[in-house]
Design a protein around this ligand. Sequence first.
Ligand code: HEC
Ligand code: HEC
Length: 589
Amino acid sequence: MNKIKNLIIKRGGWIFILLFIVIIFINFNSTPPIRELAKNTVTVKSFSTTIIPETDLPPEGTRSLFDHIIAQNGVLPYPYEKLVNLIQALGPETEPIGLLIPHGRSLLKGQADNSHPRIVSVADSDAVGNDVSIGLAMRGRLFLGFVENASEIEVLSYNEVAGRFEFQLVQNYCEGCVPRIVYARRAICTTCHQGAAPIFSQRPWNETNGQIATAGAIIAARGNSDSYHEVPVSRPLSHSERYDQLTDIGNFFIATQRVWLDGCGEIGNDCRREMLALAFEYLDNAGNFNINSENTNKIRVLQEKYFPKNNIQSLEGKTSLAPFALTGISSGIIVSESDLLNRDPIGEKLGILGSIRSLITREIKFGEGAKDNEDLSEFEKLPALRRELDPLDIRAPKKIITSKDIDGVYGVASFFTDYDFKSIYKYYGYNIKAVRSKIYSLPNEFFNPKPFSRVNVLKALLGNTLEYSYIDTSEMSPAIASGIPPLEIKEFPELHLYSENCFACHRGNPAKKLNFMAGNTEKEVLENIKAKKEIRDALDWERYEGTEKANKLMPPRDSTQYEILQKKGEEKDKILKSMREVVPGLFEF
Ligand code: HEC
Ligand code: HEC
C-alpha cells in the first residue's frame, strides 16, 4: 500500500487522485437514463388530470393549434422558413422570434452543430378578430424546434379545447421527402418538458446566438454571416429574453388550468365564476389592480373552500418538493419549473476546471445521438450532463400556488389577447361593472369543471354566433401517433411515382379533404387513389396548362415536387401519363 502511495505522491499523483474524484463525482452526479425516466414520470394525481389526460393523441374531437393551422393552410409549407412565414402572415403585427442553438440540451442535440444549429421559433403575435370571427391566438401557444440534419421539426402547440399543449413531430422534413406529422410519445417529451409545456434556459442564455461568442462560432463554422433559414446569425440578447418570456407564458397557461380545475375543484363553479370576473377587472386596470379588494378577498374565501388539502405533504419524499417542506406549505397547486439553469458550452471548455472536464468527459461528436425522437438508445450513449444542468433531472416547482394567492386570476387574464379585451370593453360600453354583471348572469353550467377556454368565454360575452376557425375537427383527418412505420412499397410499384410527387401533401395531411392518399396498406392507398377521379384532371398538364384551370394542376407550381418534375424534361410527360393511368377514367367501363 505504502509503496503505491509513495509512487503516486512522487509522480505528482495528486492530479490523478483529483481526476479520480472528479470522475466519480461526475458519474454519480448524472441523471438516470431517459427511458427509465419516461417509464416512471411522476404524474401528480389530481382532479385536473381526470379532465385533462396525458394521452399521446389529443382527446377525441380536439386537435393542436399546429394541426389546425396546417389544415387551414392546406399544406405543410417547405422549407422551414416558409412555415415560419406562414405563422408571420397569420399574425403580422409582431414577427415570430427565432434563435439558433448549436450546442443545446434537447433530444436531438447530437444532430446540431455550429454549421447546422438547431432553430427554435415561437409565435409572438395574435391576430385581430372582427364582427363575425374570433382572432387567432398564437402568442406563447406555438413553438417549433427544427434540426435540419435530423430532418425533423419538434412542435409544441396549444390545444384550445383540451386545455393542454400537444407534443408533435414533423418527421422526414427534407427536400423531395414525404413528411409525416405525428403525435410524439408524450412521456418521453415530458421527461424534460416536465410541466407538459415549453422550457428554456435562464439569463444570459449562452447556448443561444444572442451571445456574441455563440454567434461568432456559428459564423466561423458557416464561413459567412448570412442568415440560416432566414434566422439572422447575430441577434441582440433581447430576442433570447423574449423567447424565454414566451416559454414562461406558455407554461403558465397550464398552471392556470390546474388552478381553474384543482383550485376550484369539482363543484366550485362559483369559484371559477369569480375568477373570470376578476380576470377582467385585472385586465381593465392591471397597473392599479387592488389585490386586497372585496372581490379579491371573495376569491380567497372560495379558494380556501375548494383548494386541495394537504396534497403537498402527501407528495413529500419526492425530491423536487423538498424546498417546500421548509416553508411549511402543505397544500397547493404546483407551477412547474420551465427555466433551466444557463449552460455555457463555450465557457465550459475554458480554465483549469474546463481542461480537467474535457479530459474526462468525451465531447459529443457531430451526428452522434438520437437521429430522431424514436432513437432513445442512441441518446443515452451521449455523455451525461452535470445534474444541475440536465433537463432530465427532476426540477423543484417554480412556485406552489396556495389558496391565498390570486395567480389564477392573472392566469385566466393571460389567455385573452389585447384585441379580445378591447372588443369586450367596447361591447359593454367601456364599463367593467357591466362585464361583471354579464359574467354573473351566465348559467351555472357554464362554469362546470372543464378546461378553461378563451373561445367559450368570448362567445358567451360577445355572442354565440362568433366563429373560431381553429377548433372544428370535423373536416380533419385522424391524428397519427408516432412509431407507425411509413408505407413500404413492394406489391404495387405504380405507387412509387405517387410517393415521390404527391404523398408529401396528400398523405397524413391534417385536412380530411386533402388526405385522399391515406391508408395503412399499399392496397388501401391504391384504392383510395383510384377512387379519386379528380386526379386524372389534376395531372392533365397538356390539356389545362394555360387555361383558367391551370391552378388546379398538380403538383402545385410553387412546390419542390413541381420543380423536381420540371427538371426531368421530357420524362415528365411520361411520368404524368403513367400516373394518370392508375386512375380509371369515367368512361372506361
Ligand atoms: C432530453 C431533454 C428533452 C426531451 C426528452 C425533449 N426536449 Fe424539447 N427541449 C429540450 C430543451 C432543453 C429545450 C430548450 C432549448 C433548446 O431547444 O435547445 C427544448 C425545446 C423544445 C421546443 C421549443 C420550445 C421550447 O420548449 O423551448 C420544442 C417544440 C420541443 N422541445 C419539443 C419536444 C418534443 C415534441 C419532445 C418529445 C418528442 C421533446 N421536446 C423532448 C429538451 C428536451
Ligand atoms: C406541395 C403540396 C402538394 C403536392 C406535392 C401535391 N398536391 Fe395536390 N393539392 C394540394 C393542395 C394545397 C390542394 C388544394 C388546392 C385547392 O383547394 O385549390 C390540392 C388538391 C389536389 C386535388 C383536388 C382535390 C379535390 O378534392 O378537388 C387533387 C386531385 C390533387 N391535389 C392531386 C394531386 C396529385 C395527383 C399529386 C401528385 C402528382 C399532388 N396532388 C401533389 C397540394 C399538393
